[in-house]
Write a protein that binds this ligand. Structure first.
Ligand code: URA
Length: 229
């Protein structure tokens, strides 16, 4: 019976290609030694921790000050983010920006990132249709989110939707039941749960859309309160 080498053995063998086990890729070590967000962003450009890099234009790393008090975590870059190389610059980003503005949160003072840093999509004609990242992709990319958390050391992390909550808490969270609540992690990080702003975009009925916008604004005002606390 074949024995499967441990992760550490695979990492060690990455430095000694002659000892590589055929058919098994060594654990990537890119980014291990990054000690600043700039260095981590550079290293993440070559990330191969999961296959999503193959079809995406580029890695979309987080943006914002390295000493930000709060980190907002979305799901994954969309079509426009993939092309621009920046998080939350497309339609969901515009909704997000306008509500942050109303809540008196200055986006330039917060760090904004995603649970998964490559755009996952299905081609449909000329369009690229968003496809939800799976648990393996979220887990693989968690390495980068942990790196961002390690370097920024925020007081609060805001999970924008289910994928972000799963990445931050390591388990599925019922978003609609938990929204507006804070869950404290074992390491003391407070994770505020809310919806993903794209939910507001998807609502057609104007009154319902406005009501959901108001609820999200209330959540952002709570986040602002946590920032000051
Ligand atoms: N949705 C996300 O979750 N992140 C982005 O960057 C854009 C849209």
């Amino acid at each position: 019976m074949a024995t499967i080498p441990s992760t550490t053995a695979l990492q060690r063998d990455a430095k000694h290609p002659a000892r590589r086990v055929p058919g098994l890729e060594p654990e990537p070590t890119v980014g291990d030694d990054a000690t600043s967000i700039g260095a981590a962003r550079e290293a993440a450009k070559g990330c191969r921790r999961c296959p999503l890099w193959r079809n995406a234009t580029q890695t979309v790393f987080g943006e914002g000050p390295e000493n930000a008090e709060v980190i907002f975590v979305g799901e994954q870059p969309g079509d426009q983010e993939d092309l621009a190389g920046k998080p939350f610059v497309g339609p969901a980003g515009r909704v997000f920006d306008s509500i942050l503005d109303d809540a008196a949160i200055d986006r330039r003072k917060v760090y904004v990132t995603n649970a998964v840093k490559h755009f996952k999509f299905e081609p449909r004609g000329k369009r690229r249709i968003h496809s939800k990242p799976n648990a393996g992709e979220i887990q693989a990319c968690r390495w980068w989110l942990d790196k961002e958390l390690d370097l920024i050391k925020p007081h609060v992390a805001v999970a924008l939707g289910a994928t972000a909550a799963q990445a931050l808490l390591g388990k599925a969270v019922p978003i609609l039941k938990m929204r507006g609540n804070v869950i404290e992690r074992d390491d003391g990080l407070r994770v505020f749960i809310t919806i993903h702003p794209s939910l507001i975009l998807r609502i057609r009925e104007p009154a319902d859309k406005e009501a959901e916008r108001e609820r999200f604004l209330r959540d952002m005002r709570k986040v602002r309160g946590l920032m000051a606390a």
